[in-house]
Design a protein around this ligand. Structure first.
Ligand code: PEP
Ligand code: MN
Length: 308
């Protein structure tokens, strides 16, 4: 029988009292406890690492200065005349940049796929004529040089947000990138996609919320405006909103645009077609030039008020 077994049983209180001095001694010699807050995984995109807001320059336009930058134009470039007329109308209404798709990411391979190189040339020409810098989508790494020769801002579409080969190639491009949020991407995944561009050497990145897929089918996508406000807090990169794909409905584009300005978006990407009823893609969510002009009148004062 061990001597320990012969000792009278200590009460719980006595056991505690026995341990306390040892604990106190350990605490006296241990280094002070420092609470480590985990840094976000999107190291370069995070506002913690870079508190001032980044300003991205596309042609002569600065995005992220606090002023609302409006990019407008057709979903797809359909003819030389269509993009030139749209450019003239949106410029008159006060747009800052011209959009238009030459390479279209379509859900169905049977839908209009865009006019490619020819459309890029018409877009660049319409941009020069109107004095508006242009933004257009690039679908694959092989097209980056060609698209960068014609555009001031290179759009990565929602479906390509995690196309890492494309992101790596764009990281070495000499033009800024507009990175759309994937329809099922979390905000962290979106910012990590931006991280591919930043860590690869392209510091000129604009984020674009264009709606995510939820259970709701009454709108084409669910425009995550709280996500925009959150992204603005988490990152120093400018964040813009696409209310056209975000709602899928022409009648919702104006209220969603005003709401985006109110939550602090740095800009808007809006589909405008000279005749939406005849558009080859996304006519139902496109404004005609008159509707766009009306929207612009209501937007500027709100954008200023949101920042007051
Ligand atoms: C577009 O801008 O026309 C487009 C295809 O957008 P998204 O990638 O957001 O669907
Ligand atoms: Mn579209």
């Amino acid at each position: 029988m061990s001597s320990r077994a012969l000792r009278p049983q200590a009460t719980p209180a006595a056991r505690l009292a026995e341990r306390r001095p040892a604990r106190r001694a350990a605490a006296a010699t241990a280094p002070p406890v420092v609470l480590v807050k985990h840094a976000p995984p999107f190291r370069m995109a995070s506002r913690e690492s870079h508190p001032e807001s980044t300003i991205v320059t596309a042609g002569a336009v600065s995005i992220g200065t606090g002023a609302l930058v409006v990019m407008a134009g057709p979903c797809s470039i359909e003819s030389r005349q269509q993009i030139r007329e749209t450019a003239r109308r949106v410029k008159t209404a006060g747009a800052d940049m011209l959009r238009g798709g030459a390479y279209k990411p379509r859900t169905s391979p049977y839908d209009f796929q865009g006019l490619g190189r020819k459309a890029l040339e018409w877009l660049a020409e319409a941009g020069r004529e109107s004095g508006l810098p242009v933004v257009t989508e690039v679908l694959s790494p092989e097209d980056v040089d060609l698209v960068a020769d014609h555009a001031d801002l290179l759009q990565v579409g929602a479906r390509n947000m995690q196309n890492f080969a494309l992101l790596r190639r764009l990281a070495t491009a000499t033009k800024p990138v507009l990175l759309k949020r994937g329809p099922s991407a979390t905000i962290q995944e979106w910012l990590l996609a931006a991280e591919y561009l930043l860590s690869g050497g392209n510091l000129q990145v604009v984020l674009c919320e264009r709606g995510i897929r939820t259970f709701e089918t009454a709108t084409r996508n669910t425009l995550d405006l709280a996500g925009v406000a959150l992204a603005k807090q988490l990152t120093h990169l400018p964040v813009i909103v696409d209310p056209s794909h975000g709602t899928g409905k022409r009648a919702l584009v104006a209220p969603a645009s005003r709401a985006a300005a109110a939550v602090g978006a740095d800009g808007l990407l809006i589909e405008v077609h000279p005749c939406p009823g005849r558009a080859l893609s996304d006519g139902e969510q496109s404004l005609d030039p008159g509707e766009f002009a009306e929207l612009m009148v209501t937007l500027r004062p709100r954008a200023v008020a949101a920042r007051a």
